[in-house]
Design a protein around this ligand. Structure first.
Ligand SMILES: Nc1ncnc2c1ncn2[C@@H]1O[C@H](COP(=O)(O)OP(=O)(O)OP(=O)(O)O)[C@@H](O)[C@H]1O
Length: 733
């Protein structure tokens, strides 16, 4: 029933998009975000029926731009790609509170001394001068300097705070799916920063990184590339008046969010401090962000907003998450911009998603706005702007737990006032770019980009149906003239962990001069994630899943020395469900289970509940998604401030959910807690892209993790599973 509704609404929305684009309207469909990946994947549908077009499920093997739309020499095109060398994650997994306090005390004393020395200068001049003077030396020195906040060796007495040894680069994998082009292999990578330093980062921003991730944190490969190209570039290249376009591509859990947030935050803050910076245009609406970050789901938008907030703690910018509630626009209360601002003020503290400082609303009410493209389109164009679509939605009774009458009433409401202005937008980040430029989403994404360009006084050509050639195809690919290329009047950053061939084709054709920055492990599983295969017993599959869960918890108890002595259950004991259960007081890791269908999620959830395993079963239409916050994922998402977490690894799993069951809805971008040591893939993934993202919810940021792939080892249907196992094996780093 749920799936049917989601599919109906998805089809309805696609239908409406086709109809309205000609009249310069577009898609307003929160269900797109909500029913993310709920339909069967299909090959990209090129308008001409004879050719299927580039695949949305096949990963590209080479990132070198192959554009026939520019006259650039192949040498120049190859310069648009840089692949970082391989380095392991380095940071303090859990900074010890006492050591951290000692470090903070020293840091505060240092800051006090600094303040004394510089108190004759105004804060703006001080910050800007410091940055400008030091940046020149940083260009050469940043790669070798140690961070300012070297932890005292006395701190290393604490085992959890021991400074980690300087990493030596691991060798490149002998065989990889992602073939680096000869040009990229020969690129010199020795000039990449190996530390976070101030400069090139502003001091406050560096402080926030070290506060958030620990004083020994070093940049991941994709962050090193970002520091070199984007952060350092802000002071040099970004002032040349040209807007930049970058693709940041690296495997799951490799720190892409920070790779794009650092340059963005630094640039916004510097331009705010700079007396010479052009003042923002006069806003027509209350909320005028200077940067927009797009994400495919509300859950991810909220988590990104929380992380951005941690990074702006010292530099004091204002971050707003647009994804408050998952209800469709037509069912929301009509609110004006001013009402919305005041609501945000009063509710911000509770949701913890954003902050707007009193007294600054009129000038810069918001610096960074984060949300799904459809939600932001709705704020930009006014709620209910796509009436035709809303009426289609209203026909779907009970999808959102409302009656037909309520929905019809809502659809008759007037189109709301625009609540967000786009005139000041200087940065746009498209996170999970392969989804947001996916055939199902790309129209609303590109529509929003076109709206921003228009609001900033530079129209870009917008065509609803874009034709993409196969990468490397010999098919006729009419080169685009420079006038046809979308030249957006803002910095555009795309990030992704997977590059399907349709995305590569799209970039080659429409963004031939975009610089591609990639990590060497792209299109592989994180190196710390191990793979295991579990055979179906031939009995009830739910039972097999339950046994595997109990086996994980038994192993946790053994590792913690809390398993009863002399009891050694065998593999078969678990399979036959006769193995003893781990003591309820023993620590237990959390488990994330991915199914393909919502009905399966609900079924398995019910089964496990009946077996005494508390769980959260979450689908795109689950009631708990409608609350406007991420509390439905409490205990599963990574929480930086332990005090706010309701997560526990020691609670009784018959009462505290230790198992989260979901679909691909939660497979994208979400930073799950390191407590999630196991991801179970219980249905054959639809393609390897899906698999990489699902598996990548564990083994993040250098943490250990295991992906358990269920399948048939013999008998009917086992060939498909064998084939899948081969493909999974090839993805291992
Ligand atoms: N340099 C670093 N050192 C240690 N941890 C880091 C570093 N950078 C980021 N992290 C942490 O790594 C985790 C994963 O980061 P993030 O969510 O940005 O990964 P991602 O590459 O965007 O993953 P995905 O592709 O799944 O979206 C986060 O908890 C983040 O705080």
């Amino acid at each position: 029933m749920h799936k049917t509704c989601a599919n109906v609404s998805l089809l309805a929305s696609r239908h409406v998009v086709r109809q309205v684009v000609g009249t310069n309207q577009g898609l307003s469909n929160e269900l797109l975000a909500s029913s993310f990946h709920s339909t069967s994947p299909s090959e990209y549908r090129k308008p001409t029926p004879n050719s299927p077009g580039p695949s949305r499920t096949r990963l590209v093997k080479d990132l070198t731009p192959k554009s026939s739309s520019t006259n650039a020499s192949s040498k120049a095109q190859k310069k648009l790609l840089e692949v970082a060398p391989r380095t392991p994650f380095t940071r303090d997994a859990a900074p010890h509170p006492e050591a951290r306090d000692a470090w903070k005390d020293r840091e505060e004393a240092r800051q006090r001394r600094n303040r004394e020395r510089q108190k004759q200068l105004s804060p703006a001049t001080r910050a800007l001068n410091k940055y400008r003077v030091s940046v020149a030396t940083a260009m050469e020195g940043a790669t070798t300097r140690r961070p300012r906040f070297e932890p005292d060796t006395s701190d290393s007495a604490s085992p959890s705070f021991a400074p980690l040894p300087t990493p030596s680069p691991a060798p490149l994998p002998p065989q990889s799916n992602f073939v680096l082009s000869p040009a990229s292999k020969s690129l010199s990578t020795s000039n990449l920063p190996k530390e976070f330093t101030s400069p090139p980062l502003m001091e406050g921003l560096l402080d926030s990184i070290l506060d958030t991730l620990g004083p020994n944190t070093r940049p991941t490969p994709i962050q090193a590339l970002s520091l070199k190209h984007l952060v350092s570039g802000i002071d040099k290249g970004m002032e040349d008046g040209k807007w930049k376009e970058y693709l940041l591509a690296s495997e799951t859990g490799s720190g892409k969010s920070m790779a794009y947030l650092l340059p963005l935050i630094q640039d916004l803050k510097l331009s705010e401090l700079s007396p010479s910076s052009s003042s923002p245009r006069t806003p027509k609406t209350a909320l005028n962000p200077r940067a927009i970050i797009l994400a495919p789901t509300h859950e991810l938008s909220r988590q990104l907003a929380g992380f951005a907030k941690a990074l702006i703690h010292h530099v004091k910018l204002r971050v707003l998450c647009a994804s408050r509630a998952n209800v469709p626009s037509i069912l929301n209360r009509d609110v004006t911009a001013s009402k919305m601002s005041s609501q945000y003020d009063t509710e911000a503290a509770e949701s913890g998603e954003f902050e707007i400082f009193q007294g600054q609303k009129s000038r810069h009410p918001v610096d960074v706005l984060i949300g799904t493209p459809t939600k932001i389109l709705e704020l930009v164009r006014g709620r209910g702007w796509n009436k035709q679509h809303d009426q289609e939605e209203a026909k779907i009774e009970d999808t959102w737990g409302v009656t037909k009458a309520q929905a019809n009433r809502a659809s008759k409401r007037k189109v709301g006032q625009p609540e967000v202005g786009l005139e000041n937008v200087q940065w746009v980040v498209v996170d999970e770019a392969d989804v947001l430029f996916d055939p199902d989403f790309q129209e609303s994404t590109r529509m929003l980009l076109a709206d921003i360009a228009q609001a900033r006084g530079h129209s870009v050509p917008y065509t609803p149906d874009i034709q993409l050639p196969e990468p490397n195809s010999t098919a006729v690919n009419t080169p685009l003239s420079p006038e046809e290329l979308p030249k957006y009047p803002f910095n555009l950053l795309l990030t992704t962990a997977t590059i399907p061939s349709y995305l590569a084709s799209y970039l080659d054709r429409y963004h031939p001069s975009m610089t591609r920055l990639a990590s060497p492990n792209l299109h592989h599983l994180p190196p710390t994630l191990k793979t295991e295969y579990e055979s179906w017993s031939g009995g009830r599959k739910d039972k097999d899943i339950e046994s595997r869960i109990r086996k994980v918890w038994w192993q946790d108890a053994v590792a913690a020395g809390q398993a009863p002595k002399g009891v050694h259950p065998t593999e078969e004991d678990f399979e036959d469900n006769i193995a003893p259960q781990a003591p309820s007081a023993a620590p237990k890791s959390k488990i994330l289970i991915f199914c393909n269908k919502s009905t399966k999620v609900e079924e398995l959830g019910e089964f496990l509940t009946n077996q005494g395993i508390a769980n959260v079963a979450l689908t795109s239409t689950s009631d708990s998604r409608h609350r406007g916050n991420n509390r439905h994922l409490d205990g599963f998402l990574r929480v930086r401030d332990g005090s706010k977490s309701s997560a526990t690894t020691t609670g009784d799993p018959s009462k505290v959910p230790h198992v989260l069951i979901t679909t691909s809805l939660l497979s994208r971008g979400l930073d799950f807690s390191p407590d999630i040591k196991h991801v179970f893939i219980v249905d054959s993934p639809r393609n390897m892209i899906d698999f990489l993202h699902r598996a990548g919810r564990s083994g993040r940021a250098g943490e250990s993790g295991k992906v358990v792939v269920f399948g048939k080892k013999s008998g009917r249907g086992s060939d498909r599973d064998k084939d899948m196992r081969k493909k999974v094996g090839a993805l291992s780093a």
